[in-house]
Design a protein. Structure first.
Length: 207
């Protein structure tokens, strides 16, 4: 395995652990054991856990920003684009545990500031711009405050689609995501756009 592949393998393993459980209680020894590599190999690529946390976070931010750009630039209609963007953002947010966010805020405040900048500009900034575009083209109701809609979506996803909540209910993360989107879309779309969205749901359910 070449150096690039080995480094990527370490980052991916750490990303799964860190995002899911936070990084404060995950040790380098645990990661070394999981990967089946020596400590020497680990420290060849990352001098400390702090270095690895930084690499994981940067990888995650690049992943999110790249995918959002591809969705925004895709040659599809507004409903398809908005639906795809909301699903991606929702699924991505639901995979980041509260513990990881708490760890970043507490132990790496400089990284948390970077997260906030990217989230504001690339994630929710693009979502808000797309909603505003929808208003200009008569797809979203003019009387809807899109900034509030985006904040509602963020809070709904983070408050419902997380392990602590899901374990107490019979619905899955996918079920919760569909319900959140259906409720919000039914409320913010114009009549014609709402009909297009309903047709899309029917089509998706048949495939």
């Amino acid at each position: 395995m070449n150096e690039i592949d080995q480094k990527s393998r370490i980052i991916e393993a750490a990303r799964t652990k860190f995002l899911g459980m936070g990084f404060s209680k995950v040790t380098m020894d645990e990661l070394v054991g999981q990967l089946g590599i020596s400590k020497k190999t680990m420290y060849q690529y990352f001098k400390s856990k702090d270095d690895l946390v930084t690499a994981v976070l940067e990888t995650q931010l690049v992943y999110m920003s790249g995918n959002i750009k591809n969705i925004i630039d895709a040659p599809v209609d507004f409903i398809e684009k908005l639906n795809t963007l909301w699903i991606f953002v929702g699924n991505t947010l639901s995979g980041i545990s509260k513990q990881f966010q708490d760890d970043i805020r507490r132990f790496r405040p400089e990284l948390w500031q970077r997260v906030e900048e990217v989230r504001k500009k690339n994630v929710f900034g693009n979502l808000q711009k797309l909603c505003e575009e929808g208003q200009r083209h008569g797809m979203l109701r003019e009387d809807v405050n899109v900034e509030i809609v985006v904040a509602m979506f963020q809070d709904a996803v983070q408050g419902i689609i997380n392990p602590e909540v899901l374990v107490r209910h019979p619905f899955s993360a996918a079920d919760a995501m569909r319900a959140i989107m259906l409720i919000l879309f039914e409320g913010i779309l114009t009549d014609s756009a709402r009909n297009s969205y309903r047709m899309k749901i029917i089509k998706d359910n048949r495939t």
